[in-house]
Write a protein of this length. Structure first.
Lengths: 450, 157, 157, 450
């Protein structure tokens, strides 16, 4: 095992990693920006090196300074957390060049899975279901009709250069396809200067369900079940849970096996997540792979009992997985709420400032992963997520009840937080029923409240 | 000031510095013949202090940042602090057997190299930002430095 | 203070630093011949206040205790507060159809019954502790009261 | 289910009960003394009634005021927590007389199990092993010799009126018995005015291991495994864990079955704990039964996933147990440290005062059950226990590592706490090895440190 590692991150994930290191007897080096000199991760680490000014680009993304800090402190490995440098293949490579173990997959894997088209091809080749569609832009109306016939309606026409819904059309029958194609081409041409469009099967109101996998350096890959992450706002997950109410044991097995073979196909090492879209008939499609630890990893930890961050460290140090697929068991239900320093009553406006009073919730089944303390100033420079509250229960109802009780006794003063929004969501009928999809928050929950 | 015997002596100031240092005071103002005394104690940083006191004596790799802040105050008095613009190893000379770029007392010009910081095998010359005289060299040769760590104090000329 | 006008000595200041250090004060200003003294204290109850503000408007069963404290202050001014010595139901009269024991303005003597508190089916007569005049009756008939809840204010005569 | 209950306690257990009620949608009435007006349990409850002055005898033990408070607030049931009125049969009876459900066993059961001799007889009759000994005082030397021969040496001679080690003698062989008997009689006579003594088998360096049981009103009784509670100082438990390192699966089954039949024999209802002494050969003997929830119940909750306080409420409301013995499974290992407001460096002197800074630990596997908050004053009037930190891990080592990391990041300022003592204990070789007994803390751990 390593004797010292550098944690190339800040906030709650840096605290999370330092805690795992303490348990394993690994000494830690924190890095911090000038704005973070008083941050909790700096206080908890054994050593700390300032790597730049407040701006992330010049501190937490400052590769030369971070590498220098690791070399000077004789850290044997770097844990990148999530975000920042976690999925930069180049950073993983520089670590390797300097004889520092990067706690994550190989640079080649990161690069391959970071390229959406290459990732999709690799997964398809490994037998993982991907969203069927045209192979790149459709050259002609005839090809479009042929592709649509093959993949079946409804289909969605998307601009190759696309984004923001421009040049996008959902088509439910063959009669409408050619007209939609023309409109989409015109729109795409006007918006992006390129009329190229492609076709994909349209998945209406899908769920975002992801599979956690873990792999050692010896080809052993195990999946740890799924996480339900459909509740999002502006592509940001708000509340995650495990298991997913819509997944049967059989579907879990199928998705798990797909994820494991996908991971094996790209020679995956360390923890990773394969994100799927699941349609209302229980069909699932590969969306993308995150080659790092996820924000929402605690819900998997709560139901499996496995400490994913400690496993990351063990794997990077060359240990074999200590469990087989058969030894993974699931107990109960876990929910995570991401507490942000933002004001839900004012359009989710960021709310930095000094925390004048803080009281954490506690009791049975409640876990808090956080970087805040009373007297600390939430900086305007960084991500607004300041805490994750995780509630475990024997079943989903118990977990929801616990989360509600916990959030109603949590006190954060001096700044606005998203706690009231989460309490509303926990009491929402749609949420309680378990029937929701990736647009539920924006199109139904928030819309209804207006 | 001398004759009435109530002037502040250097030892007194040192003692006061020590006293303030060991307290939670953030401000002490004392005017004399108009007799004014103000003592201010920090409260807001209570949390931060408590957390800091608790944090196990972390051997900061490369100079405490507080040092930087103290030094920064001196800037107001014609002193300029040259800080490390990157993380790396501080060298006072261009080569192990060469003379140091500067010594205490050296007169330097804007752009004149003061030291080298080696980062990722690259030697980066750090230049003076002012014309002045080197008053203090704050880091020993071949020591690691972190971003923003004070390296030199230079008095403007 | 005498003639040389520099009455503050270093030892005095050290003492003051110590005193401020060991107190809840966050600021002490002291000007002399114009005689001005300002002491500022930190809001130590910060935590308690924050928790209190947060506690969801709990419908206190039987009078808020703060009420008791406010009333208690009045005691200093010749007013005496009679508090509930037990938890129970407050009755102003010995029976539903009887006259109340006292009204505002009634003159009462030590030992004279003021009301009944029913607890566990037992009727407990509450007696006046002073000779005086009933100034205020703080609880309505047949209302629950908690331990220590103010019931009457009586002005000593 | 109840719609409103009264919580007849204070401190962390009152908070614990209120949290369980919130989850079940039960409204709560707190009681408090004048010294506790700002206490957390008062703030978290829906209603609160002051029942007396600071003195516990006049507030938390003031039965008329507590019953009145329940009646006036129309609480349907009273949860007594532990301590105070929890094991007063008379209080449970008064509750019944007033139509208030007492959340615990029947008054008759409490009374029977509160009488040590009666409890021992009842357990013996139910086939639960008890410590063999004379049936009351030994009338003569001859009887003593006979009893000792039957139960086997070593035996202990104890004063019937005894206490404090006076009139107590351990005897290893027949030759020494008569002399010891005479000395013990003389000592007992001098100390208590009665020379009556009795004989019991002497169990050297036993462990204190207790079995958690739970029973509904319909005769269903299930046990939830054991808790290791040998680490004590002055009869006060300091650190508890589940499972016990010295208990095999077979011994667990035997002890569990004994506890269940003991509970059935006394018509037990609600949660209860049967305390056993376990000798170094794995023989176990009934010590006593606690007819209430225990301080250390969270370690059982952590390994079984079952919320004991919610189960108490369900059982009292007339629900059936929702699980069978076969459905109880154990996962991992849990440890509880009781954090007291006392100074271990000054002979464990109580340390009341205002908490000027509080930062709770968090992260994977960490649970905090506490009644403190920053700015609250720890009162000198009550028990010094202000928080329980519980750490769960996949195995004992992981749980110990987590606890150590958690306690080292927990901050309580303004008062002294037992945290440093716990950290020492967690790092102690004897503790780590799992080989200890009820006198380990006092005779070895503390003695060694002097």
């Amino acid at each position: 095992m390593f004797s010292k590692i550098l944690v190339a991150n800040r906030g709650e994930i840096a605290v999370r990693i330092i805690r795992a290191c303490k348990e394993l007897g690994i000494r830690t080096v924190a890095i911090y920006s000038e704005a973070d000199a008083a941050a909790l991760h700096v206080r908890l680490a054994d050593e700390a090196v300032c790597v730049g000014p407040a701006s992330s680009a010049r501190s937490y993304l400052n590769i030369p300074n971070i590498i220098s800090a690791a070399l000077l402190t004789e850290a044997e490995a770097i844990h990148p957390g999530y975000g920042y440098l976690a999925e930069r293949a180049g950073f993983a490579e520089i670590c390797r060049d300097h004889g520092i173990e990067f706690i994550g997959p190989k640079p080649e894997t990161i690069e391959r899975m970071g390229d959406k088209a290459a990732a999709k091809k690799a997964m398809e080749a490994a037998g993982v279901p991907v969203i069927p569609g045209s192979d790149g832009p459709v050259a002609s109306d005839g090809e479009a009709l042929k592709v649509a016939r093959e993949i079946g309606y409804p289909v969605i026409v998307k601009a190759c250069a696309g984004g923001g819904g421009k040049g996008m059309r959902v088509v439910y029958s063959q009669e409408d396809l050619l007209r939609a194609l023309n409109l989409a081409r015109a729109e795409a041409d006007a918006a992006f200067g390129s009329g190229e469009v492609y076709l994909e099967k349209f998945i209406d109101k899908p769920r975002h369900v992801e599979i956690q996998i873990i792999a050692d350096k010896y080809g052993n890959v195990v999946h740890l079940g799924e996480r339900e992450c459909s509740l999002q706002r502006r592509q940001q997950k708000i509340l995650e849970e495990a298991p997913c109410a819509a997944i049967t044991a059989e579907l879990r097995r199928l998705m798990g096996e797909a994820a494991v073979s996908g991971a094996k196909a790209v020679d995956y090492v360390n923890t990773g997540t394969i994100e799927f879209l699941v349609d209302r008939d229980g069909r699932f499609y590969f969306m993308e792979m995150n080659t790092r630890i996820q924000v929402e990893h605690p819900v998997t930890e709560m139901v499996t009992g496995i400490d994913l961050v400690k496993e990351q460290l063990r794997i990077a140090a060359g240990e074999r997985l200590s469990f087989t697929q058969e030894e993974i068991t699931f107990r109960g239900h876990a929910i995570e709420c991401r507490i942000n320093a933002e004001d839900p009553a004012a359009g989710f406006m960021p709310s930095p400032g000094t925390i004048t009073f803080y009281h954490a919730p506690g009791g049975m089944g409640i876990r808090v992963d956080s970087c805040i303390y009373q007297g600390w100033e939430v900086s305007p420079f960084y991500d607004p997520m300041i805490a994750k509250v995780i509630a475990w229960g024997r079943d989903r109802d118990e977990a929801i009840g616990r989360m509600e009780a916990a959030l109603s006794e949590m006190v954060i003063e001096g700044i606005a937080t998203s706690i009231p929004f989460h309490l509303d969501l926990l009491r929402d009928e749609g949420f309680r029923s378990g029937r929701f999809h990736t647009k539920y928050i924006e199109e139904e929950f928030i819309a209804r409240k207006k | 000031m001398e004759k009435d015997g109530c002037s502040v002596k250097i030892e007194d100031i040192q003692m006061l510095i020590q006293a303030v240092q060991n307290s939670d005071l953030v401000e002490l103002i004392w005017e004399e013949n108009g007799s004014r005394l103000v003592l201010k104690k920090a409260v807001l940083a209570q949390g931060a202090d408590a957390m800091g006191a608790r944090a196990e004596a972390a051997p900061r790799t490369a100079g405490d940042t507080r040092q930087g802040q103290e030094v920064a105050q001196e800037a107001a008095e014609g002193l300029v602090t040259i800080e490390a613009p990157m993380v790396g190893t501080f060298y006072r000379a261009p080569a192990p057997d060469a003379e140091p770029y500067v010594e205490v007392g050296s007169i330097v010009e804007v752009g004149q190299p003061l030291c080298i910081i080696e980062a990722m095998k690259i030697m980066n010359e750090i230049e003076s930002e002012v014309n002045g005289r080197v008053v203090e060299i704050l880091v020993e040769n071949a020591q690691p430095v972190e971003y923003g760590q004070p390296l030199f104090i230079i008095e403007r000329i």
